[in-house]
Ligand binder design. Structure first.
Ligand SMILES: [Zn+2]
Length: 485
């Protein structure tokens, strides 16, 4: 079954048709690193992470590129405010962003590109636009001339007249048309700048994304994502620049936009008006609960961030956790081990009870209908819960049904980035740490520091690690753990 996706340019749900069979190349506009990100940006990036994971689950080889806008008016303003150099501000908020993303379980992009690492590429692109007559220099600035690109407005579906009436565009004395936008901004005193054929300056925001996305993904890549607020003018301008420069279309096969977040009755100490920072939300709710909340509505529609909606998410997610505990206990032998990153396309005959996974995949295939996908998982849990008592009593049928439903549960939740099966990762970490302590104990013995060697042995034993010295070296094993209550 094909995957259907809402394409903002087509203004309808269409079949995802990648440029290269079996591959999906996607670019998502990343943050301008001048502040901590708010929950709206965070939700957008969590959503593209789900989309990326789901496409990989469906067998696509996904290449995901995200940028950092690390040179911008807002960074320069922030630098003055914080008494830091602009690059210090960019570094600080890049690190903060990365730690917020990691707390939300968002996998880093395959390519993470910074605007300041690509200035030369941008200068070359701007020169190309000037040469082809769609851009002009004016007093050290370079502008894109919207009237010279006939397709301007095709993404947002508006004519120049509509846009001119609808947007508050600052007419600048050195622009030919009020909607012309800056490709290159001449340097003002004390601002970071790079040399160019038009004098020292820095690139505009829009050109960054055209240049970096096509540098890593080529023209006609599959999915360009971002929040709905970026559709106009940012994405309209990206499209105009890229297609004018390449002299071909399309720049992007599918434009995908995530809905924005509205705050309602949020009692967070640090929230300012209608802005809640992702890190403040993560102080109150776990990354899993915020991710679950993200899945409660369509990625396309506006989401409500409220104490009530987060409490609903926490309750519903709690039902999954309770089920995992009950099922693991009833099945006795620890959780089954599904493939760590299931990648087989749906429909292989090995899928045990196919209806839940089938329903889940059909929902996700339909423009990532996560609320229906999540509902399928809850229905599975309701059915599986009926087998728990029997499985615990040793009833073979109940046990087999529960086992198979539990495996499906783990497969679906893993696709949505809920890890109920972290035992394997923990086991690797534990064995690494124990091996390291054994090395330290060997060193202590070699130095005849027997007290230290014995202390390591005693401490490990207290933690449930039993050591056994053999002629072939020290072996270790874990003491049998108490059965879970
Ligand atoms: Zn962008």
């Amino acid at each position: 079954m094909p995957i259907r996706i809402h394409d903002s340019r087509a203004r309808e749900v269409v079949e995802l048709q990648p440029r290269d069979a079996g591959q999906v190349a996607m670019y998502v506009c990343g943050p301008t690193v001048y502040n901590y990100i708010h929950i709206g940006n965070a939700r957008t990036l969590v959503w593209y992470d789900f989309i990326r994971r789901y496409l990989a689950y469906r067998g696509f080889d996904v290449t995901y590129v995200m940028n950092y806008t690390d040179v911008d008016d807002r960074i320069i303003e922030r630098a003055k405010l914080e008494g830091l150099p602009p690059e210090g501000v960019a570094r600080k908020y890049t690190q903060a962003f990365e730690s917020d993303m990691s707390a939300l379980g968002v996998q880093p992009a395959d390519v993470v590109c910074k605007a300041t690492d690509h200035i030369e590429d941008m200068v070359t692109a701007i020169e190309g636009l000037v040469d082809s007559g769609v851009a002009y220099e004016s007093e050290g600035d370079v502008f894109f001339s919207v009237e010279d690109f006939p397709g301007y407005g095709k993404l947002s579906g508006r004519s120049l007249e509509d846009m001119r009436a609808g947007e508050r565009v600052e007419p600048a004395a050195n622009k030919r048309h009020p909607l012309d936008f800056a490709l290159w901004k001449s340097a003002k005193e004390g601002e970071p700048s790079w040399s160019s054929p038009w004098g020292p300056g820095r690139p505009g925001w829009h050109i960054e994304c055209s240049v970096m996305s096509t540098k890593y993904l080529g023209m006609g890549f599959d999915i360009h994502g971002g929040g709905r607020d970026l559709l106009f003018p940012h994405h309209e301008n990206e499209l105009a620049q890229a297609e004018a420069l390449a002299g071909e279309e399309p720049f992007v096969r599918h434009w995908v936009h995530a809905g924005l977040v509205q705050m309602e009755s949020v009692k967070m100490s640090k929230s300012l008006g209608n802005v809640v920072l992702a890190r403040d939300a993560l102080e109150r709710y776990s990354g899993e609960v915020v991710r679950y909340w993200t899945l409660m509505g369509s990625y396309r529609t506006q989401a409500i961030f409220s104490d009530d909606s987060l409490a609903d998410a926490a309750r519903a997610y709690g039902r999954w956790k309770t089920f995992v505990e009950a099922a693991t206990h009833a099945l006795g032998e620890g959780s089954p081990n599904p493939p760590k990153k299931p990648r087989r396309p749906f429909g292989s005959s090995e899928d045990p009870p196919p209806d839940y996974i089938g329903r889940f995949a059909a929902a996700m295939d339909d423009d990532f209908n996560s609320s229906e996908a999540v509902a399928a998982i809850h229905d599975l849990v309701r059915e599986a819960n009926k087998n728990i008592d029997g499985a615990q009593r040793g009833d073979e049928d109940d046990r087999n049904t529960l086992k198979s439903l539990f495996e499906s549960f783990l497969e679906m939740t893993a696709v949505l980035n809920f890890d109920f099966d972290s035992g394997a990762d923990d086991a690797d970490l534990v064995s690494g740490l124990v091996e390291y302590l054994l090395e330290l104990r060997e060193q202590a013995r070699a130095e005849r520091a027997f007290d230290r060697a014995d202390a390591i042995r005693t401490r490990l034993l207290e933690l449930g690690v039993i050591l056994e010295d053999t002629p072939a070296g020290t072996r270790w094993r874990l003491a049998p753990s108490e059965p879970a209550q």
